[in-house]
Design a binder for this molecule. Structure first.
Ligand code: PFF
Length: 460
């Protein structure tokens, strides 16, 4: 199948039952820890307002056009990102070397999942802590020490990391179609509703306006902050590594790529902003630090759950849904690698999922230890970062370097390397919409990514 290079490529994989299912799965991939755990803490660390503005601009000008490009490439290639790149390069009579773009994506997904799973493990452990009533009437200091206790215990982190990886492998082994599609249909709207419940609680803290102001009032941002905002736009929309490409490859040809992309990006952005609106008022009401880092949601939301009516129940449901959101993202992080093994090595899905899952689990040990026994082993890369732990380094390199680089080359491939006729045919949309997309992905997107890179290293 890997050798199939005709424009009507035939897939060895199943296809989505319909367009709605594709949108739900892609939204499931996009909405995850990135929205609820990562977005608030990096916005907090980078000063709020301007960071949020840059992030929103990146979603609109870089994210949506690249999402359309990825879905388009996937649907045309109909295989894992590696084989899709190989097939499309051949079909378009271009350099076969483009296949490395697929490889880089697979590698990035593997690295991201290795730490993503550890953080998802934190959320799982919080389901049980909340259920046990640990946060009832808790103070800010109390939640802080509960969080520190968890991350300084490598065995507990390891156990949860293992459980989450087994959950992820199980779904991928069964094929994405049975199970996750249904889970996403019911759980995503529920997560959304619960976020609104917490935002309503945040409104009662008396610091809602302060939170709002923090998120939306422009302030200072430096080149590094801009890079982090752009990197996050890629991360949160699952772009630059082939996750959306592989989902696109299971989409049948009559559906509109543009509409789907806009819907997915919109849903993702609303969830992130709601998470910010839920968290920052609680931060200010309790004299906490917005720049507290990766522990931010685990040190703020439990305060809400500990003090609101029925908070234990809301908290348990909330963390459970967070685990589900992480789960539907995690499967898309290894699907490209698993699809490749199925296509090229003739392995079955179960074997492929277990193999990749085990390797990911193993690399995840580095993240587990970077919060405790390896805390003092840090790395500095000149111009980029100083004294980063293993986790910080992986997170920075994948989200801020590998995904934007992947996205940049995806844009170049779709807009400069492929023939216009092929992209027009595959996109099959209104002429004006196609032209806008092509203009953005040809000029604006690549230039923006390059400018942000140069600014981050201080070259401009
Ligand atoms: N978009 C996911 C999130 O925001 O949590 C993370 C992610 C999933 C990143 C899939 C990249 C990816 F390919």
């Amino acid at each position: 199948m890997a050798e199939n290079t005709t424009s009507q490529a035939v897939s060895v994989h199943a296809q989505w039952s319909n367009r709605t299912v594709f949108i739900l799965a892609a939204t499931g991939s996009a909405v995850g820890l990135g929205n609820i755990w990562k977005f608030p803490y990096i916005a907090g660390e980078n000063g709020g307002g301007t960071f949020v503005l840059v992030y929103l601009l990146c979603i609109a000008l870089i994210g949506i056009p690249i999402m359309m490009a990825e879905i388009m490439l996937g649907r045309r290639g109909k295989q894992s990102p590696i084989n899709t790149m190989k097939a499309l390069a051949k079909q378009e009579n271009r350099n076969p070397g483009w296949v490395w773009l697929g490889w880089m994506g697979v590698f990035a997904g593997f690295l991201i999942l290795s730490y993503y799973s550890v953080i998802a493990g934190w959320a799982m452990s919080y389901v049980f802590r909340t259920a046990g009533g640990l946060f009832l009437g808790v103070t800010a200091d109390g939640v802080n020490s509960i969080f520190t206790d968890l991350v300084s215990d490598p065995e507990r982190l390891l156990a949860w990391h293992t459980v989450f990886m087994v959950m992820t492998m199980t779904v991928v082994a069964r094929g994405v179609k049975n199970g996750i599609e249904k889970a996403v249909t019911y759980l995503m709207p529920l997560l959304f509703a619960l976020l609104i419940v917490i935002v309503l609680y945040a409104m009662t803290t008396g610091h809602f306006l302060e939170g709002l102001k923090f998120l939306f009032t422009p302030g200072e941002i430096d080149g590094k902050g801009i890079l982090i905002a752009m990197g996050h736009a890629f991360f949160t929309l699952s772009l630059g590594m082939g996750a959306i490409m592989v989902y696109g490859s299971y989409l049948s040809s009559q559906h509109s790529i543009a509409q789907a992309s806009i819907l997915i990006a919109l849903a993702d952005t609303v969830v992130a902003l709601l998470a910010g609106l839920a968290i920052f008022p609680i931060v200010f009401a309790n004299g906490l630090e917005p720049g507290a880092g990766p522990g931010l949601i685990f040190q703020t939301l439990p305060i809400a759950f500990g003090h609101m009516q029925g908070g234990t129940m809301v908290g348990v449901i909330f963390f459970t849904l967070l685990v589900f959101a992480a789960w539907t993202s995690a499967i898309s992080l290894i699907e490209p690698a698993v699809a490749y093994l199925v296509e090229n090595k003739g392995f079955d899905r179960v074997y492929s999922a277990v193999l990749i899952g085990f390797l990911t689990w193993f690399v995840g040990l580095g993240t587990v230890f970077s919060f405790n026994i390896w805390k003092d082993h840090t790395l500095t890369i000149p111009f980029l970062f100083e004294n980063f732990s293993f986790f910080d380094t992986l997170d920075y390199l994948t989200a801020n370097i590998m995904l934007p680089l992947g996205g940049l080359f995806i844009a170049i491939f779709a807009a400069w390397v492929m023939h216009e006729q092929s992209t027009k045919e595959e996109m099959a949309t209104y002429p004006a919409l196609y032209k806008t997309w092509r203009f953005l992905v040809r000029y604006i997107t690549p230039v923006a990514v390059i400018v942000v890179f140069l600014k981050a290293i201080g070259a401009i």
